[in-house]
Design a protein around this ligand. Structure first.
Ligand code: PLP
Length: 369
């Protein structure tokens, strides 16, 4: 079976975990957590970072830290894993689903503008599959209409827009280290923000709402107090240690996946009615996933089934959230619906070979016939 993804783990991660186990500090907020946050900030130039147990928690904390709550509306890119909209619901606010562009699978900001009401407080673009949303348009709209911006950058570790890493100009950006993401700690997440006070607020909320400065390596005794209802969203130091090693591998992983994505696109172009993913020339696409569109006459679900029977683990792209019963949404997002029905994710991981890419494409041809 050619798997859909395969995280790149080696002795580096094993040794890093052993060091943490030997040290005895296996919970969160320890030295490995501090190192992971510092290295994440250094690598991308983010001023503040807080490691958490997954990206959904990071999204939840971002919304809470901005005071989003009942009665508020948040504009959410419709074509995303439901975690994005779930986080809005956790706060008691209402997700308003915004349609996408068919080529990039990212938020159509003109549709977002049309859906703004007096209750709209924030906008959540998603960098679909590792390609940046149109951050210029998002920030223009946010400035014009006084909205906070929370980037769902779950798939976008290392993604750039106009030469700059995503997440630099928004209130928050949230990354995932789930097994299917660019780098992985098994489960894990990171939030970044321009604001030191928002970072401290989010950090406190990630640790039960504790109200004391975090003095990780200090012997000073501080008696903490709990002034607000926080959560336990800390990332274990065991996983942070894996994250440090994964960060070192990130550039190699991205360049290998970009090379394979290019090979896929060249082979797929014009064959069997498949549209390969479009790369916005303003961005740097890290290809968390390789997601193409099948032609209108092709039954995508049957194709996935046949590919699996032929040893290739294909998958859908992601979800049209407005169609998910949990939200009871009445919004229309026709492009997202169409992409939801036609998108096909193909195997892609750093150690894949170009021969395997070739054999996947050949099998697609045979399965479509
Ligand atoms: C776009 C998007 N947002 C959020 C998430 C949630 O990430 P996590 O599993 O780290 O909570 C995912 C994960 O699948 C995702 O793809």
């Amino acid at each position: 079976m050619i798997p859909l993804v395969k995280p790149l783990f080696g002795n580096e991660e094993v040794n890093a975990v052993k060091r943490v186990l030997d040290s005895g500090w296996v919970a969160g907020q320890g030295p490995a957590g501090a190192e992971f946050e510092q290295k994440f900030k250094d690598k991308f130039g983010y001023p503040n970072a807080v490691a958490v147990n997954n990206c959904t928690a990071a999204l939840h904390l971002s919304l809470l830290s901005l005071g989003i709550g009942p009665g508020d509306e948040v504009l959410v890119s419709d074509y995303t894993y439901p975690a994005t909209a779930h986080a809005v619901k956790y706060c008691g606010a209402k997700p308003i689903f915004v349609d996408i562009h068919e080529d990039t699978y990212n938020m159509n900001v003109a549709d977002a503008e049309e859906k703004i009401t007096d209750h709209t407080k924030a906008i959540m673009p998603v960098h679909a599959f590792g390609q940046s949303a149109d951050l210029d348009s998002v920030h223009d709209l946010a400035r014009k209409r006084g909205l906070k911006v929370i980037e769902d950058a779950a798939c976008a570790v290392g993604t750039k827009f106009k030469g700059q890493f995503v997440g630099k100009n928004s209130e928050f950006a949230c990354f995932s280290f789930h097994a299917r993401k660019g780098i992985s700690t098994g489960e894990g997440g990171m939030l970044v923000t321009r604001s030191a006070s928002l970072a401290e607020k989010a950090r406190s909320l990630s640790c039960f709402g504790i109200q004391s400065a975090f003095k990780r390596q200090s012997n000073e005794f501080v008696l903490p107090s709990f002034r607000e209802l926080g959560y336990n969203y800390k990332l274990s130091d065991i996983l942070s240690a894996i994250g440090v090693e994964q960060l070192i591998k990130l550039d190699g992983i991205i360049s290998s996946k970009r090379k394979l994505a290019k090979a896929y696109s060249e082979e797929l172009e014009g064959a069997n009615g498949i549209t390969p993913p479009f790369e916005d020339p303003r961005g740097f696409h890290v290809y968390q996933s390789f997601v193409c569109l099948v032609g209108e006459g092709v039954n995508r679900d049957k194709l996935i089934q046949k590919l699996r029977e032929n040893g290739i683990c294909a998958q859908i792209g992601t979800y049209a959230c407005h169609l998910q019963p949990v939200y009871g949404s009445k919004q229309a997002c026709p492009v997202s619906k169409d992409v939801f029905e036609r998108a096909l994710a193909l195997p892609l991981y750093a150690e894949m070979t170009e021969e395997e890419v070739h054999s996947v494409v050949k099998k697609i041809g045979a399965c479509i016939k």
